[in-house]
Design a protein around this ligand. Structure first.
Ligand SMILES: [Zn+2]
Length: 464
């Protein structure tokens, strides 16, 4: 079943541009009408001797080099700034590093586990994503960044099952991933999801769309793992790359930690795909396959023949125009969540839970983990706002600060509590226990310190 998708989408080595090769192909894009600066191979930037990283920072939306980006190599903290050509050189000894890039106009980038060998400089080009891309740029970013636009696909034997069900509702804390070379690794569930989401949607998308994708990817990953005992890391399952991490997609995973979709008490196979025809998604049994390609390069639609899946029904999806990539307007199998529809809904201000329930029929968002977001240290005499994660819409929370002879309690259906000194008294200098209990039974507590003076400093770049 995977074969025709790999063939159609060319995402298994048959010519799809990877992010790395994209930069090499930048001249090609210039020939197609985009104003391009000539970018020399980054190897030519390398000093004659020594070791370290060398490369260019590139705006992935315009394919232009980016000057003035701060490049920091941890754990040793070597730092430099890209020059007027967008180039940088950082000398570090051989080893494995985390490379971070910061520029005010671009989303901060973290590249984990980057290796410098002993033979000289390692070429590492750094793709940057604008903080506020236009819709046109978002389309280019999706094309350039998303490694998997058509999946996940059902397993062949799952396709023949009457209903796709895992008969499970509890989440594993770790899941086993199997790499293409056959090696395997146990990965904490939330780390796994963080390594999947940026391969599915660009990190420049609005938070609600990223959160919807995070829940869908977590749900699909868990269902696949529970059914087979492992999950592969390629587009045959869903692409997992532990080195491709972004602050925005990490934040979307954190904001939805532990949340999965269930139907009839079971974790669902949360299928998703790139875009529908701007009218509706499809019933599972009407899933799309392709039977060929027209002279104009459009894929010819046929039926994939999936079986009936109760939570994958045709649902209205009017937020984006039809894809021109196929004769029927769909790009991908058409079943489950439409990613570009989710993008459109998020642009219209819809929350991730509403986006998800608009694509999956009769599902429940479950397993939300209540986490306290802080602050955990505040300055005496100054108002402050406590906040925590939501465990569902319409849930009420009881938040309590107690200790040092002080107790204050607040009930809310929101996820913040402002202690302003008027409505709620400011706690004096001391150490307190801050507890939040949700109506659902979830609780969390932390230490809240009220200090005479709080020193702030510039926060390090996100991640690590
Ligand atoms: Zn759609």
């Amino acid at each position: 079943m995977v074969g025709w998708f790999a063939m159609i989408y060319g995402d298994q080595g048959s010519g799809r541009l990877t992010r790395r090769s994209l930069l090499r192909a930048a001249g090609l894009a210039g020939a197609a009408g985009m104003a391009m600066l000539p970018i020399a191979a980054s190897g030519s930037l390398a000093p004659a001797s020594g070791t370290g990283f060398v490369g260019y920072a590139i705006d992935l939306a315009t394919l232009q080099p980016v000057a003035g980006a701060v490049v920091r190599v941890d754990p040793i903290g070597a730092t430099t700034t890209t020059d007027g050509r967008g180039a940088y050189v950082v000398a570090v000894p051989p080893g494995t590093y985390t490379v971070r890039v910061l520029h005010p106009d671009f989303v901060g980038v973290i590249r984990l586990k980057q290796v410098v060998g002993s033979a000289g400089y390692t070429s590492l080009d750094l793709d940057l994503v604008p903080r506020s891309p236009s819709l046109e740029q978002q389309k280019l970013l999706y094309q350039r960044m998303v490694s998997q636009t058509a999946a996940p696909l059902p397993e062949p034997d799952a396709l023949t099952a009457r209903a796709l069900t895992t008969a499970a509702t509890s989440l594993p804390s770790q899941i086993k991933v199997v790499y293409p070379d056959g090696s395997s690794q146990w990965v904490p569930l939330e780390d796994y999801v963080k390594g999947v989401v940026p391969n599915e949607v660009p990190p420049s998308w609005p938070a609600a769309a990223l959160q919807a994708q995070a829940v869908a990817a977590r749900t699909y990953g868990v269902a696949r793992f529970l059914a087979y005992g492992y999950i592969c890391t390629t587009s045959a399952c869903q692409v997992y790359d532990p080195t491709n991490r972004w602050p925005s997609t990490d934040a979307a995973v954190d904001a939805t930690a532990g949340q999965v979709l269930t139907a009839n008490g079971s974790i669902i196979w949360a299928f998703f795909f790139s875009r529908c025809n701007g009218v509706s998604t499809r019933n599972s049994e009407d899933a799309i396959a392709y039977s060929g390609i027209t002279a104009q390069g459009q894929y010819i639609c046929t039926t994939a023949g999936w079986n009936y899946v109760s939570y994958c029904r045709a649902r209205s999806c009017s937020w984006n125009a039809a894809s021109t990539l196929s004769t029927c307007g769909y790009y991908g199998h058409g079943v489950g969540m439409c990613q570009w529809g989710a993008y459109g809904q998020s642009q219209n201000g819809r929350a991730y839970a509403n986006i998800l329930s608009s694509y999956y029929t009769g599902v429940t968002l479950t397993g939300a983990v209540l986490r306290l977001l802080g602050p955990f240290v505040v300055q005496a005499g100054q108002p402050f706002t406590l906040s925590w994660t939501s465990v569902g819409s319409g849930v009420t929370y009881t938040s309590t600060i107690s200790g040092s002879g002080f107790t204050e309690t607040f009930q809310t259906s929101g996820t913040t509590w402002t202690i302003d000194g008027y409505t709620y008294p400011l706690p004096p200098i001391g150490v307190y226990t801050w507890t939040v209990a949700a109506q659902t039974g979830a609780t969390a507590s932390a230490t809240l310190a009220v200090a005479e003076k709080v020193f702030t400093q510039d926060l390090p770049l996100v991640g690590g």
